[in-house]
Design a protein around this ligand. Sequence first.
Ligand code: FES
Ligand code: FE
Length: 439
Amino acid sequence: MGDDLKKGLFSARLFNNRAIHDLELRRIFAKSWVFIGHETEIPNRGDFVTRNIGEDPFIMVRDDKGRIQVLLNACRHRGAQVCRVQAGNSKAFVCPFHGWSYRNSGDLLGVPVRTQGYAALDFKEWGLFSAPHVESYMGLVFANLDPDAVSFEAYMGDYKWYFDIQFALSEGGMEVLGEPHRWIVDANWKQGAENFCGDSSHTQMTHKSVLETGIIDPVSAGAPKEGTGLHIHDCSGHAISIRQLPGEAPFISYPPEVTQHFKPGRLNQDQFDLAERSLLQNGTLFPNFSFLHIGLSDSPQKPHAGFLTLRVWQPKGPNQMEIWNWILAPVEASPEYKRRAYQVGMSSFSPSGSFEQDDVAVWPSVARTAATIFAEINNMRFNYQMGLGDMSSSEPIRDWVGPGVANSTNAGEGGLRTFHHTWYERMTNSKLELDHHDH
Ligand code: FES
Ligand code: FE
């Protein structure tokens, strides 16, 4: 498989195979930093939401001491789920089976008939299991189930440079608007994750009808021009794609009432300049956390509004995923602006969104193909060779100001290859030595 990967050829089986999927849950999801939620979703003590890591159910809760806990949603007595709702506020979780109860810190609080039947039970030993590593980064809560995990910052590595641009444009940072939306798609989780690494070339085809409506500004809607596209790959195993403005129009996605709050702050000047000339940015932090920073409108007659959407591509078996979607806006924006950003985000990237509906019409067919017998007989491999080696007319940008390998073109699938290379390395626990400079 390694040789195929170096050539940009990935087996169709990856997109619908039970054995591969089960291995992914162990080798990738149980060993990576996985996004759980945003701190602004649980502002008060006792607030909780239920989430997943891989296919394991967890509760993210702010305990009575104000600490964020990520607890396995499973009673230590005999495994029943202790929390049955998606969000709420509670001092304790009481198991519906035999009534064991737990504090919102996860500690065991009480068991029925304790004195008659459990006189010697050591309560300290029987709290809910909790994720060994939980970190909050600019309000984003990530957890890692691997006791030996490196820190979240070390996991991001150089990708932090791009990651910070999305969340630190204004001093107050970004705020989640409303509740996350989620919907089921009959496709493998990797379909969404790789798409957000920089599958620029699908836009002109899959989303052709949306582009024609005029709800996206003319610069974005036009065919990619040399110099406006920017693909960054091989960045500590993660990737990002950026559409840049050809002219002078800073932060075109956002109106002045919002951009007046944008300051370099914790960004350096190069990061801030890149943000300023970016029309849209989308990326994936391996394995299943993606973002899209964009300005859109819900009508050609109405002005554009910028927003940030966060994604989790939640696996549900080899041929199904649940897509989670959060919409965010800068904290300093007015309530009217936030309402507008939410509306625009919902009308484009949500279950009923204009862009979203296009993607989910195509992705399931890839999973169906991956499961066909004839694809297996023919050892069908999918082609991810765009921009690879001799295929490419563009060289990586020399003296690129940021980390990773940057190409000033949209005509490449380098970001998608980065995703699959990282996937291979995590699945096989071996380093993939690329023969030539992959771009
Ligand atoms: Fe929870 Fe028995 S399984 S109390
Ligand atoms: Fe799309």
